[in-house]
Design a protein around this ligand. Structure first.
Ligand code: ADP
Ligand code: 5GP
Length: 207
């Protein structure tokens, strides 16, 4: 079969749950690509422009909003974050699966814009463990950690809007579960099956 369009995966869940860690593993698999978001937040130590995020000014971000350049965008923890639309669409057209690590507000916007997207919600084993992970990561001030923890339960309330949930207790098991979801989704019969039927008809006719 000629290559089909890639699938769009959204991974959401409270900050500190392990989205970035799990995405890193999933991205080792051939055919998966990360969507680098644009943000107005400051880079953390070790983060690179164009790798973790495109770090831009407030002006540059709002200019992109007005040009309708985002598949979705939202204000998260006082900063703008958004998914560049063209880059994602090009990757999907090339048959790559595109992984978005975005918050729940963004996930819901993607569901509206591209209903065929697969939405995975990542859960921490408990709030106490979430706190430990945020503290151990050491990237946030205590005040910012409290903010992220208080948003966690609000985000979890949206889990019903997602297609799958994965609990990130043991990392290897969680990665395995995400991979299983992706494997199953690769075999899902798409809503629009006509192109597939046509392809076999053409082959039968020897075209
Ligand atoms: P997020 O991207 O959701 O904010 P991260 O991937 O940065 O979360 O993970 C937060 C912290 O938790 C990191 O220090 C990471 O190494 C750690 N972590 C991730 N998954 C697990 C796990 N299953 N068990 C223990 N620690 C984990
Ligand atoms: P962090 O600042 O820890 O990198 O990310 C904070 C939150 O913003 C995380 O929940 C992350 O998933 C989310 N996020 C990252 N990029 C985007 C994006 O492009 N759009 C939206 N809506 N959220 C994003």
């Amino acid at each position: 079969m000629s290559h089909s369009r890639g699938r769009l995966y959204v991974i959401s869940g409270p900050s500190g749950t392990g989205k970035g860690t799990i995405c890193k593993e999933i991205l080792k698999d051939i055919g998966n690509e990360f969507s680098v978001s644009m943000t107005t937040r400051e880079p953390r130590e070790g983060e690179l422009h164009g790798r973790e995020y495109f770090f831009v000014s407030h002006e540059e971000f709002t200019e992109n909003i007005s040009k309708n350049n985002f598949l979705e965008y939202a204000t998260v923890f006082d900063n703008y974050y958004g998914t560049p639309k063209d880059i994602v669409l090009k990757k999907l057209d090339k048959g790559r699966n595109v992984i978005l690590d975005i918050d729940v507000q963004g996930g819901l916007q993607v569901r509206e814009a591209m209903p065929e997207a697969v939405l995975i919600f990542l859960l921490p084993p408990s709030l106490a463990e979430l706190r430990r992970r945020l503290e151990n990561r050491g990237t946030e001030t205590p005040e910012k950690i409290e903010k992220r923890l208080s948003k966690a339960v609000d985000e979890i309330k949206f889990i019903g809007e997602y297609d799958y949930m994965v609990i990130n207790n043991d990392l290897e098991t969680a990665v395995d579960n995400v991979r299983s979801i992706m494997k199953a989704e690769a075999s899902r019969i798409p809503e629009k099956v006509l192109p597939i039927i046509r392809q076999y008809e053409q082959e039968q006719k020897g075209e």
